[in-house]
Design a protein around this ligand. Structure first.
Ligand code: ZN
Length: 98
């Protein structure tokens, strides 16, 4: 009898959404090592504030921000959802988000 190897799909198991685990535990998330690694990677890649850059200014980035906030469903560990920001731009963005 031939043995047919199949990769089992389990459509009844909902897809894992890693951000949901962190939704109410942002502090925990920002201390997690996957986040710290990604944050460092992002800062290595874009060491300058991206918003300032769009305005023709060069300001060293002081933090990595989620473009779509995690609590609004943004991917927490996706480089495409991250931007390097200086403190001033981050404050402006946070004010707008509220
Ligand atoms: Zn800036």
């Amino acid at each position: 009898m031939p043995v047919i190897k199949k990769t089992r799909r389990r459509p009844w198991i909902p897809e894992r959404k890693p951000f949901e685990r962190y939704r109410h535990h942002n502090t925990q998330f920002y201390q997690s090592s996957p986040w710290r690694k990604l944050r460092k990677m992002k800062l290595d890649q874009d060491p300058m504030c991206e918003i300032c850059q769009q305005q023709g200014k060069l300001t060293p980035a002081q933090m990595v921000d989620h473009i779509v906030p995690i609590n609004k469903g943004g991917a927490p560990l996706d480089l495409d959802n991250l931007q390097s920001l200086c403190n001033a731009c981050h404050a402006t963005k946070s004010a707008k988000d509220k």
